[in-house]
Design a protein around this ligand. Structure first.
Ligand SMILES: [Zn+2]
Length: 182
């Protein structure tokens, strides 16, 4: 069990301070190919968990790094994670149909059922949104080193490929009907 599981009753009287280290093994399902296993990710942080009215506020930060695949060269890319955490935990409503009050766009609302909450999946979600869409191993990554065979100008195989493209782009339906004929 992760050390990010806490009991609701633990925070009823006083705020709970939590230092944590995320276990990459628990994120394999969630991150899939985004997270390389080797070298392992190291992401930790601090949280304060406190009761506010009918819900529980979780605030803190995540710091560390993980390795993913460079979108240019497909080598390992180290991604630094430094992200604030702000979650609102609310008990799952008994009658959820149309009664949820949404609109707190700046807060991530998490519904829980039962006596305890595991924050780890929600923190990994925060990690996922911190990973750039196109991660790169370094600013001056040159991308894949593609080695083309020597091609002389006017190479016939090259020209024949272009010839195929021409026939494709010029091909038009003869009578305008969809090509569903046998
Ligand atoms: Zn790269």
């Amino acid at each position: 069990m992760s050390d990010l599981v806490f009991f609701i009753k633990q925070v009823m009287d006083a705020p709970l301070e939590l230092s944590f280290e995320l276990d990459p093994a628990l994120a394999a399902d969630r991150l899939g190919d985004l997270l390389l296993e080797d070298p392992p990710a190291r992401i930790g942080g601090q949280l304060q968990i406190e009761k506010i009215q009918g819900s529980i506020l979780v605030e803190g930060s995540l710091q560390g790094y993980l390795y993913t695949t460079c979108s240019r060269c497909l080598e390992k890319a180290k991604i630094s994670i430094d992200s604030p955490v702000r979650l609102i935990l609310m008990p799952t409503p008994q009658f959820s149909h149309g009664e949820l009050e949404l609109g707190q766009d700046d807060l991530d609302t998490v519904y829980y059922a039962g006596e305890q909450v595991d924050l780890a999946p929600h923190l990994w979600d925060q990690v996922i949104v911190s990973i750039p869409q196109a991660p790169i191993c370094s600013q001056d990554c040159k991308g894949l080193a593609v080695r083309l065979p020597h091609v002389s100008v006017g190479d016939s195989s090259c020209e024949s490929r272009f010839a195929v493209l021409k026939t494709l782009s010029l091909k038009q339906p003869e009578d305008g009907t969809p090509a569903a004929k046998p």
